[in-house]
Design a protein around this ligand. Structure first.
Ligand code: FAD
Length: 446
């Protein structure tokens, strides 16, 4: 039996183990999972932190090609482990089958973007690129149980052992691969690195040690979390998320990302700065919808640090907010007219008042990004009336980092999967990438 080490127990590790089980390869290995979190329910495990929105799409979630049947398999896996059961047969068509899943008599929250031709054409006509996709929303509250069920299933295999509370500090690639952890050293014939975005410190170390395995990154996505009343988005509620891209007048591409109907805005805390994010529970609904509006910023030589650029803008917002754990909140109207917000209007923030100050995000964004954001919202108004209400809220800064991509297939017996590989940024893509590596499918970049 080969010794297989898996660092991290998040979406991509889950996909990898699922792939091993399904292909029968599991019997060839003794598997050791090293996870920094205290136990399966510890909140650094992706399942608890994420919003639990799983989608099927070719247009978003990662920069690799995932065949539709693999994406459907991933959705099915999470639905089953979340206590949902199907109510129609697969012969009804894979999407009908997946959206028929129920739990306690309640259907899975499902959405299909741009299934309505009229709406598709309206967006298209106004210069937007609509991204087609299907959404299945498990809900943050249910994901705790999902994690527990998956953990218990994997634990039932005699050749899988978990070491929680074990942070990996360094790795020397072999084979054998040597892994240094907070509880001593391990040696493996094959190694899966699946530490997600929260494992960036380990990844930085490995990238420094093994520069030949790294493809340089040129991108960072910078923008705001935008919040408006639910009724503005109601006409699009059947698609759950309005995924669109738009080339603004600056030449930068701007997009809507991570929409949370009846959701809440939240902080995303890093070691020395804080950004914004959003989520929605399947039970606790609010009167606002939030989503990120992000400007994709691309740099070319000689500048090599897009991540540093994003971090510094986020820090600037924190400095202006007077605290490294606070962000700036402004009404859209004040932002557009270069005025500091002193008073809010009809839209009540869902982020708690301790976490923001009313301010002026114009002091944070370089003009090219600022102009792109305003141009995007103004054009969005043409297809979503109410998108540019004066008192809609924007929280600064939201940043999405692209990690440098890791090149697999250079070191024998090494699999770098999920968000830490730089190739994925979603539950679907991370899980599917893990699955495809485990079963030995070729993975192509987009
Ligand atoms: C607030 C939030 C909401 C999100 N909502 C969604 C959503 O609705 N839909 C969606 O598709 N995606 C969502 N995402 C993104 C999604 O969670 C990730 O893309 C996905 O989990 C990536 O999977 P992964 O396996 O690469 O990493 P993760 O799932 O993050 O797993 C990495 C694991 O590695 C562990 N780890 C890290 N460093 C070490 C170390 N040094 N030693 C040992 N263990 C370590 C971590 O504790 C973690 O458990 C969300 C992310 C956040 C932060």
């Amino acid at each position: 039996m080969k010794r297989l080490g898996i660092i991290g127990f998040g979406a991509s590790a889950i996909g990898f183990i699922h792939g091993l089980i399904e292909s029968g390869k599991i019997n060839n290995y003794r598997i050791t999972i090293l996870e920094r979190g205290k136990d399966y329910s510890h909140n650094t495990i992706s399942g608890v932190r994420m919003d639990g929105k799983i989608f099927i799409s070719h247009g978003m979630g990662g920069e690799i090609y995932i065949p539709l049947e693999i994406q459907a398999k991933t959705v099915e896996f999470y639905l089953k482990f979340s206590g949902y059961t199907p109510t129609v047969d697969k012969r009804e068509g894979i999407v009908n089958y997946l959206k028929s899943f129920e739990r306690d008599g309640r259907k899975i929250e499902f959405g299909e973007s741009f299934s309505n031709e009229e709406i598709y054409k309206r967006f298209y006509h106004h210069g937007f690129e609509p991204v087609k996709s299907y959404f299945f929303h498990l809900g943050t509250d249910i994901l705790k149980e999902t994690n527990k069920n998956i953990y218990e299933y994997f634990s039932s295999f005699e050749n899988i052992e978990f070491f929680f509370g074990t942070a990996v500090e360094d790795v020397e690639f072999g084979p054998p691969h040597r892994v240094h952890t907070s509880r001593g050293e391990f040696e493996f014939d094959e190694l899966v690195i699946a530490v997600g975005r929260s494992g960036h410190r380990l990844m930085e170390r490995l990238k420094e040690k093994y520069p030949q395995l790294v493809k340089p990154n040129q991108f960072v996505d910078i923008g705001v979390r935008y919040e408006l009343p639910n009724h503005v988005m109601d006409p699009f509620s059947d698609m759950y998320e309005v995924k669109v891209r738009y080339r603004t007048k600056t030449g930068y591409i701007c997009r809507i990302f991570c929409q949370n109907p009846a959701g809440k805005v939240t902080l995303e805390k890093y070691e020395d700065f804080t950004t914004v994010n959003g989520y929605s529970d399947s039970l606790h609904k609010t009167e606002n919808t939030n989503f990120a509006i992000l400007v994709t910023t691309r740099f070319t030589e000689p500048f090599k640090d897009p991540t540093g650029y994003g971090v510094n803008l986020a820090k600037l917002a924190n400095i202006l907010a007077g605290d490294k754990e606070k962000v700036i909140l402004q009404t859209y109207g004040d932002f557009k007219e270069f005025r500091r917000t002193k008073r809010l209007g009809r839209v009540h923030p869902t982020l708690d008042s301790e976490s923001y100050i009313l301010g002026d995000a114009n002091l944070v964004f370089p003009s090219k990004i600022r102009e792109s954001l305003v141009d995007f919202v103004e054009n969005l108004e043409k297809v979503i009336p109410g998108a540019s209400y004066f008192d809609n809220l924007l929280y600064a800064v939201e940043v999405k980092f692209y990690t440098n991509k890791f090149l697999n297939d250079i070191v024998e017996g090494l699999h770098v999967v999920g968000d830490c590989s730089g190739w994925t940024r979603s539950i679907q893509y991370a899980t599917s990438m893990g699955y495809m590596r485990a079963v030995g499918m070729k993975i192509q970049s987009l």
